[in-house]
Design a protein around this ligand. Sequence first.
Ligand code: GLN
Length: 188
Amino acid sequence: MTTAVLAVQGAFAEHEAKLAELGEKVVELRQAADLGQPFDRLVLPGGESTTQGKLLAELGMLEALRERIAAGMPTLATCAGLILLARRLDAHDDKGTPRLATLDVLVQRNAYGRQLGSFHTNLQLKGLGEVPATFIRAPFVMEAGANVDVLATHEGRIVAVRQGGQIGLAFHPELDADPRVHELFLSL
Ligand code: GLN
């Protein structure tokens, strides 16, 4: 099987390394022509969601990816990726920047403020048990729709969700040695 990693901006190389370690074939999506390669799954990395959304629209990739995700293609979205997938953003954050908007959640960006912007912790993730989690200027899920399964919370806030093939994480499993989150994704 082949996983496409969105590689227009952000921390895509870390996901690629993790997937390669697990024996997965990886292709990069940098321009619309890359969508013509065969791939079965998608990773949306962390980075800057506003930049990523604008680039996806400008490069002509937004609609095609939205259709495939909505049709059930397994998709792992971390941090900025979660923001791109969210159907709704907190009004304060929503500047009308293009997004994929396929995941039925309401998300707040930079939810931990500047002081506590980045931290490392362990979380109980449904189906996996305790996993390490690195948060970097992370968003969190304020509301999850009825079809959305909450996979993990941190101090009462939803930080991991799944809806069908879409897994949305506020943290960065690609930055820790533990491979189980990527293994879970590859098992979908
Ligand atoms: N704060 C970033 C955003 O709003 C996300 C941070 C990250 O991906 N590590 O897009």
